[in-house]
Design a protein around this ligand. Sequence first.
Ligand SMILES: Cc1cc2nc3c(=O)[nH]c(=O)nc-3n(C[C@H](O)[C@H](O)[C@H](O)COP(=O)(O)OP(=O)(O)OC[C@H]3O[C@@H](n4cnc5c(N)ncnc54)[C@H](O)[C@@H]3O)c2cc1C
Length: 553
Amino acid sequence: MEHSPASPYTHVVTNVSRELADYNAYLQDAALQEAVAREGAAWAHGDLAAFGSLTGSADYLALGALANRFPPELETHDRFGNRVDLVTFHPAYHALMKTAVEHGLHSSPWTDPGPGAHVARAARSYLHTQVEAGHGCPITMTFAAVPSLRTTPGLAQRWEPKITARVYDPRNVPAAGKQGLTIGMAMTEKQGGSDVRANSTRAHPVGAAGPGEAYELVGHKYFVSAPMCDAFLVLAQAPGGLTCFLLPRWRPDGTKNPMQVLRLKRKMGNVSNASSETELRGALAWMVGEEGRGVRTIIEMVAMTRFDCMVGSAAGQRAAVVQALFHCSIRSAFGRPLNRQPLMTNVLADLVLESEGALALTMRVARALDRRADSHEDALVRLLTAVGKYWICKRTPNHAYEAMECIGGSGVMEDGPFPRLFRESPVNAIWEGSGNIQCLDVLRAMQKTPEVVTAFFGEVDKARGGNRALDELVDSLRSDLDDLADVEYRARGLTDRMALAIEAALLLQHAPAYVAEAFCASRVAVAGGHRNYGTLPRGVDCAAIIERATPVA
Ligand SMILES: Cc1cc2nc3c(=O)[nH]c(=O)nc-3n(C[C@H](O)[C@H](O)[C@H](O)COP(=O)(O)OP(=O)(O)OC[C@H]3O[C@@H](n4cnc5c(N)ncnc54)[C@H](O)[C@@H]3O)c2cc1C
């Protein structure tokens, strides 16, 4: 095009990236496909390929942006003055919820258990979270509520069929009038979140006391996400101590149950998901599990939500790195595509390694969830959920930031995906038990059920002899885990090393050698651990690592 002084054209737009859209997010993710097949869900390949086509499509990706651009809004009262506690969401949020429910992200391992059930669900969740993370909160809580509810068969019989049904019904009506229900969770109070023993909400029996019986709850809950759920698992002080309850949003007689929503939190991330502050003013709830065993009962739910935090943060890492890889395959600087500039290859490959390690550990735990009848697998679930929740979630913010930097200045702009990915990135690390709480849980698991230690070493020893640095790390862990002096003080260091050991062992067994060797060289063999991204040592086949992970759209 000619540019004369009188021409209206100022410049030609060249050398810029484009949207990563209309690609198959599953078929273009080699590591995910391998993990699905390896961990027992090869049967789900066709279904996942179709799902990956949906989640990679431009129209569908747009829903994720819309659901966050137009956040939920609370109306406490209607225009006539009636209390309504109504949260409204953008239609995009409902569309994401509908897809998630119709694909069983909230229930498939319960309705269709069997080999690979958790693995297939985790893979679908991983794909869906890359589109949008906030809606995953109520989906996860609905999924996770089932094991806790099953502690009280009468309640489970009444509620589970509709909780697990593949029907999304967001109407603000009593549960009896719906075919599909969602479940939330309310533990945290102002004076204590990690330490729920400090809960001050009180529960009084309405008539007979005991599991399945009706109580009224008076108190508050300082964090209640997804307050439009149909019911909530709640902790409160019954006469016999801290106890779990199922609290419906509507009473069976069709009146509103007084869990009043005071306001919505103004969150830095996780914006599409409403999180609220509430007061319970004599709210009806049925006892779940035994009186005084509230933590024991709700921990069944918490364990599942912690696993989903691993899935969610691993997905966040993939969502970030895939953008960086795609952009750097298109954009050139100083005469070469960015993904062929030596220093950028170091950064990109390093980001991929982090994401591959996170995925490998997550899918290994998914397989263990499918095989809990085996005591070795059950022990792995107990230990590695805490290890993985801590490690993967905590590694995600810096990963998101570094992937953003690969885009350059446009990475910072609100019209791209990175501000959302970055603001989302710390959330999983903080809720469902913050970092220190996970590390203390690792210690608790090892002290209360020493067989988890045997299971851990059994698992990492499968890679014995594959890498000298890993063997040395495992040997040092063996002696350090026996040393109980100052063990709480040292819990993060121990958990970091356990996470690296299991991720490295999994990659050495299952990933291409160029991935596994680079992971060990950068994270296991380095005194003091991994430094900034882009510090891979000489000899790493960055091109192969990058090519394996880069999507084509
Ligand atoms: C977006 C969002 C949504 C949420 N939704 C819900 C919800 O739906 N339902 C719900 O019940 N809660 C919800 N929460 C609350 C969340 O689970 C709590 O914030 C979390 O458990 C931490 O509790 P806290 O905020 O009271 O912090 P604290 O318990 O005060 O902890 C503060 C810090 O101290 C550390 N710490 C605590 N004890 C120890 C110790 N013994 N040793 C060393 N360090 C320690 C913690 O790791 C943490 O880093 C949500 C939180 C967020 C951010």
